[in-house]
Design a protein. Structure first.
Lengths: 222, 196
């Protein structure tokens, strides 16, 4: 029934690598957008958030995949959310105990991982249909892609807003910080511009073949 | 009278000054996903407002009257998410029974409200803000939902106009939407000094 009984190495590497770039949740699929916008004022909280998401994603994928034969269609979503909420509680208590300062900075955004669409999406699209190993690899890959996106976004914002990354001064003394990038407007505009840049880059590479893929559907005004 | 003013200020604060979408980035997914057309955005906003008001009030009651006295705070997140899912289920049943045409129009978005961050975010922030009576919880919950409706409707109206605009090729679609959202948050920052 499930496509996990033909374990070729290709299946595993695709599961692991898809999230990094081709199906990067933030840059390509545009899901789970709250954390990339909210916690990316500096690299450190972004990295903490990314690692938390990896932990929750891998654990919930593992559990969901384990109980995929017991799921009832109409109770599916609530089973997913309760599973995710359990692991997020563990993660939140762990951060509170060992990283109290970071926990304070991230605040409500750690419990908000529960409703991050990325995790439910992976549970629904992958873990509830695949074997344990594929689900865990998928969680790792997607989580890593998410962390990568968070760090890129946070790196740009921290560098331009304060002139330092990871508390290391990078810009010359004469650099005037762009304080606006630490405000909400900075989050939206930076992500928008990065997406634009990615559009340009992916369009350049395969000029003829992927033209219809990258071209957005032409909207017809009513 | 004093109490009434405080409630009114709290309400205005969550609608305009501390609007969840513009200052806390909560609900960014539907804000960017469902905001293509104004009528659909309004329907979505109203449904979210209703669920927010209902589940904000319910979670506050459960938190203050059951979890805190029994020292079960550790199960807080699980309780919250179950209450929200229940509230959404209730709304779904009600709409299907009494407004079948609206139910058709919402489609898959109705059950998906359960994973809207605005709602869980509100339940968590009610606790962080230290809301200490039921009336305050009701007012803040309703206000948050209305704030979300305002944000998503403004965005939808702008996007309807944006269809006719000449956008650079690379920025078409999601990027220009995000940049527009950024400029909108800048506009809403003008309210920042209004209420402490």
């Amino acid at each position: 029934m499930s496509p996990n009984n033909g374990p070729t190495s290709g299946l595993y590497s695709t599961a692991l690598l898809a999230g990094l770039w081709r199906e990067n949740p933030t840059f390509r699929l545009l899901i789970g957008l709250c954390p990339p916008l909210a916690v990316t004022t500096a690299v450190k909280p972004a990295l903490t958030m990314g690692l938390s998401v990896i932990f929750v994603l891998v654990c919930s994928n593992l559990v969901v995949s384990g109980m995929r034969n017991l799921l009832k269609p109409h109770l599916r979503i609530i089973m997913f959310t309760v599973t995710i909420a359990t692991f997020v509680t563990i993660c939140d208590l762990f951060l509170k105990a060992y990283q109290p300062k970071m926990s304070e900075i991230l605040g409500a955004y750690v419990p908000l991982i529960i409703v991050n669409c990325l995790i439910i999406f992976r549970a629904e699209a992958r873990a509830s249909k695949s074997g344990l190993l594929v689900s865990v690899l998928d969680g790792l890959g997607m989580g890593a892609g998410f962390t990568l996106a968070l760090c890129i976004l946070a790196g740009v914002r921290e560098l331009l807003a304060t002139g330092r990354v990871f508390d290391l001064p990078i810009m010359p003394k004469a650099f005037v910080p762009w304080l606006a990038l630490q405000m909400p407007v900075g989050a939206f505009v930076t992500l928008g511009l990065i997406l634009g840049l990615i559009n340009v880059l992916t369009r350049k590479a395969p000029v003829t073949e992927e033209e219809p893929l990258t071209e957005p559907p032409v909207p017809t005004p009513a | 009278m004093d109490k009434f003013t405080a409630l009114l200020m709290g309400f205005l604060s969550v609608v305009l000054v501390n609007n969840f979408v513009f200052t806390k980035f909560l609900g960014a997914c539907p804000y960017l996903g469902v905001s293509g057309r104004l009528d659909r955005a309004l329907g979505m906003g109203l449904a979210v407002t209703f669920v927010t008001a209902l589940s904000g009030t319910l979670t506050w009651m459960v938190d203050a009257w059951i979890l805190t006295p029994l020292h079960l705070e550790i199960t807080r997140y699980i309780c919250y998410i179950v209450i929200i899912a229940g509230a959404v289920q209730l709304v779904e049943m009600y709409v299907r029974k009494f407004f079948p045409s609206l139910y058709e129009a919402f489609g898959v978005y109705l059950p998906l409200i359960a994973t809207n961050c605005v709602i869980l975010g509100l339940c968590l922030f009610l606790d962080i803000w230290g809301t200490d009576n039921l009336l305050e919880a009701v007012v803040l919950s309703t206000g948050t939902g209305i704030g979300f409706t305002v944000a998503i409707c403004i965005m939808a109206a702008i996007r309807e106009e944006l269809l006719l605009a000449d956008v650079p090729e690379a920025l078409k679609g999601a990027p220009i939407t995000l940049i527009t959202a950024g400029l909108l948050t800048l506009a809403f920052m003008g309210f920042a000094g209004m209420i402490k």
